[in-house]
Design a protein around this ligand. Sequence first.
Ligand code: ZN
Length: 235
Amino acid sequence: MSTDATGRKMRAPQRSMRIKLSDHSGARRAEMVYLSIREAIREGSLKPNERLTEREVAAILGVSRTPAREALKLLEARGMVSSVSGRGLVIADLTPENVSELYTVWEHLEGLAARFAAQRASEIDIHNLREIHRMWDIRSGPQALGRLNKQFHQAIYHAANNRHLMSALGGIDDSLALLGATTYAVRGRPAEVKNEHAAIVDAIARRDQAGAESAAQTHIRKAGRLRMSIMARRK
Ligand SMILES: [Zn+2]
């Protein structure tokens, strides 16, 4: 037990601080479980329509049932798992209509982010964007390009500096995880993306708001069309 400057015992304040900390770490644990499941979905180790129970999640990730339950609630609220009668919770399966809607919204949000970035990016933001773009090597594997693509878009959102937009784009990213494998495995796509990204960076650097918005929209529209054609081929 510690004492303050006047020598008084400080048991009570310490205890309340401990309670807050433990609540906070509980929420953080649920968030960690949530992120782990989202990654497993993104990487394809959890597939659409696969059943997910609180008990399994707790056992696999070595956590207690409470954070597992909280994480599943969060996944359900964000549309990544859905409740199916008689089966409990399953990984959501997006229909072609869902995917088309998702890309339409993403196209507009991404355009807005690029427009804001052209307006507000600092010289450092532009330098960072160029550096990330320079690292784009079409010989890298689809996974590495997927990660770099994410970094590139995060850098645009950072430059756009609008937390409402950031939060909306975070929701889109959650849904994109449901689509599994990236489109970079498609022959020729990595080279196309390199050019599309270059057009976005150049417009942002020359402070061309309309140009940046249009380049970003074109990029997402093309990605969406490719995604739809991959889905159609799988059916
Ligand atoms: Zn991109």
